[in-house]
Design a protein around this ligand. Structure first.
Ligand SMILES: [Zn+2]
Length: 673
């Protein structure tokens, strides 16, 4: 549904911390390491196992999970809390809270949904059946556009609609909001699924075509197989004009400005004036094209493919997109393809979890408000705001000490830090749902109206000043994100609780855990992605050639350090693949340490490092670990904790000596920032 909720954030931290034992006041730096619990392992040999000994020996991965750690545990607990708030909200005297409750109730009322059957779909399908020509088709395609993608903050590129829409500040014009258009129209994740020549993809294509037929059949269409073949063929042709996933993530390939006139020239075959007017973009003169070839391809298919094929395409995607608000037969068919076949998920999750996801997606800020009122006290926000200020200050000081950075680059880095917006807990301005009509017995209509309202609110931004403080994550999500163009960070309230942050915990543990997370996200503003956006959020490489070269040389030692870690006897970590994240871990930990010491000059260091290592406690199955090592930009949790070996203070705090596994001679400890 909405981009803000679907987020699988690439910059996000995927780690965990759970403080089982309180180590408040763990004091004497000089004393030999007193291991928590009866750990036999020395901190200098394996800091992860040392710090997490108790948790590791008492925890098992649940049967339905491929891994388990503090973050998954926290997400589970948070959902249990939120669902109680949502259930209670139906009886609230507050109009917005009541809408939250009613939205959820409508979704949970399976009897009502079964009784309504196909009727919620009927008006939309009738409208599609009545389309008489390509002109009417163009209007219908325009009307189906929703603000449902976010290529930069949420790296969400996928939409079943012909195009995806995102409204944000301009890559080259940060003072104004502009509409970004993305490729769309595919029911499978991307072009590779339609075009790659291998057995798995062949199998998925067959399954997908069968899924299209099954959905059309459930909705009462004649000749579902013939129609499914037509829809699939149309999507395959669209896919041929699509960019790959890698190219989608490449900013330099995604930065195209088209005027309205450009569309007729560069993407002939479509009445673009009519299309944009129907999409709510009438009068818009400039567009940002993330995927220009897809515009050309779609316009050509609009001309070449039959009206009937397009009508089937629209009908199928209307059904498919709304399947989860229709009777159980639709839900099951949808899960059979998207869950079981495409993702290998054995079982549909329980209804209340899906209901929670639905209301979180439709009214994220309304649910967030309820959550914050109950679980995020003002003292927590004040404390964290103070920590953020100290960590930002630590970064300023570190930048001043960087010998390799040119003065002009250093100046811009300071400027970037000066304007950095760090959102803690919840947004300054909440989204309003006053215009949203929620009915306690209309799951389908509620979801549809919520999407339309969200799109209208996004389109309205085109006539409003840029708001760098707009959030892209709801407060109730256990996650964190760096928004490179806005030069902003979001730390939702839900991640700001134990085990990551404890209002009653020690400063040492808090700086080691959430402090390092904050530092990690800040440092992304100055890495290979961050160096492409200046302090205004303009797409512009602000590093000199020399800076980039020095940076590259300095980082090679870290590449080597991680490539030397063996996850399995036959599989080592990929230091190059994980470099950006490892650098952020190192910079974040170092800055958090500086901030901790500045705020608490006399405090001992042990809790700081233990807090950090515990934030990464995690168990993972072998198959999953192998996949992570091969494909994930983040190093697996255990090796992330080994970042500590690059900080001198860690050696003193745990009496780490030459000959121990993690020991590095002082000149081999990596210092980039
Ligand atoms: Zn990161």
């Amino acid at each position: 549904m909405h981009a803000p909720i679907k987020t699988a954030i690439s910059l996000a931290l995927c780690g965990a911390l759970q403080l089982v034992t309180a180590h408040a006041g763990a004091a004497d730096n000089a004393a030999p390491a007193a291991a928590p619990a009866a750990a036999a392992v020395l901190p200098g040999d394996d800091f992860f196992s040392y710090a997490n000994a108790e948790w590791l020996s008492s925890t098992k991965i649940p049967d339905d999970r491929s891994s388990w750690g503090g973050m998954s545990q926290l997400a589970d607990e948070t959902n249990q809390r939120i669902i109680k708030l949502v259930e209670a909200a139906a009886g609230s005297s507050d109009a917005e809270a009541k809408k939250v409750g009613d939205f959820y109730r409508a979704f949970m009322n399976e009897t009502a949904i079964e009784a309504r059957g196909l009727s919620p779909l009927t008006p939309a399908l009738d409208k599609i059946r009545a389309l008489r020509d390509k002109k009417e088709l163009t209007r219908a395609l325009g009307e189906s556009i929703r603000a449902d993608v976010d290529p930069l903050n949420a790296t969400n590129f996928q939409t079943e609609n012909l195009f995806g829409l995102w409204v944000s500040q301009g890559l080259n014009d940060p003072k104004h909001n502009v509409p970004y258009l993305l490729q769309g129209g595919l029911g499978m994740p991307d072009r590779a699924y339609y075009l790659d020549d291998n057995e798995r993809m062949h199998r998925l294509r067959t399954a997908y075509q069968a899924h299209i037929a099954a959905m059309l059949k459930l909705a009462g269409f004649s000749d579902p197989e013939t129609r499914a073949a037509r829809v699939f063929d149309l999507e395959r042709k669209l896919a041929m004009s699509h960019a790959t996933r890698e190219d989608s993530a490449d900013m330099a390939k995604s930065n195209h400005t088209w005027s309205l006139q450009d569309f007729a020239k560069k993407a002939p075959g479509m009445d673009w004036n009519l299309f944009f007017a129907s999409a709510g973009l009438k009068g818009q003169k400039q567009f940002m094209l993330w995927h220009p070839t897809a515009m050309t391809g779609a316009a050509k298919q609009l001309q070449d493919c039959s009206l009937d094929a397009w009508k089937d395409f629209l009908a199928f995607h209307t059904i498919n997109h709304n399947a989860n608000n229709l009777p159980q037969a639709f839900v099951d068919q949808y899960f059979d393809f998207y869950g079981r076949t495409l993702s290998g998920t054995p079982q549909l999750s329980v209804r209340w979890k899906r209901g929670l996801a639905a209301v979180n997606s439709a009214m994220p800020d309304a649910v967030g408000k309820l959550y914050v009122a109950q679980y995020f006290p003002p003292q927590a926000k004040a404390k964290l705001d103070g920590m953020v200020a100290n960590i930002v200050k630590a970064f300023h000081q570190r930048i001043d000490k960087l010998a390799w950075m040119a003065p002009a680059t250093r100046k811009e880095a300071h400027a970037k830090l000066d304007v950095l917006y760090v959102g803690v807990g919840y947004p300054d301005k909440w989204t309003s749902y006053a215009q949203l009509d929620v009915k306690a017995d209309d799951a389908y209509g509620n979801a549809e109206r919520a999407e339309k309202l969200y799109t209208a609110q996004q389109l309205a931004k085109l006539r409003q000043p840029v708001d760098r403080k707009e959030w892209c994550m709801p407060p109730q999500l256990v996650n964190a994100v760096n928004l490179p163009m806005q030069n902003a960070l979001n730390f939702p309230a839900a991640i700001l609780q134990p085990p990551f942050f404890d209002l009653n915990g020690t400063d040492a543990a808090n700086y080691g855990a959430i402090g390092a997370v904050i530092g990690h996200e800040i440092s992304h503003s100055f890495d290979d992605t961050g160096s492409q956006f200046d302090s205004n959020g303009r797409l512009r490489d602000w590093w000199t050639k020399d800076d980039a070269a020095h940076f590259k040389t300095a980082t090679q030692a870290l590449v080597a350090q991680y490539s030397a870690y063996q996850a399995f006897p036959d599989l080592a970590l990929n230091g190059q693949l994980t470099l950006s994240e490892n650098l952020s871990d190192l910079a974040g930990l170092a800055a958090a340490y500086d901030a901790f010491k500045a705020a608490n000059p006399n405090a001992a260091d042990r809790d700081f490092f233990l807090g950090y290592a515990r934030s990464w406690r995690n168990l993972v199955r072998d198959a999953s670990l192998r996949r992570q090592v091969m494909t994930d930009g983040h190093a697996p949790s255990k090796w992330r904790t080994y970042t500590v070996r690059n900080l001198d203070a860690w050696y003193k705090a745990f009496d780490v000596r030459q000959g121990q596994q993690l020991y590095l001679a002082p000149q081999d400890r990596v210092r980039v920032w």
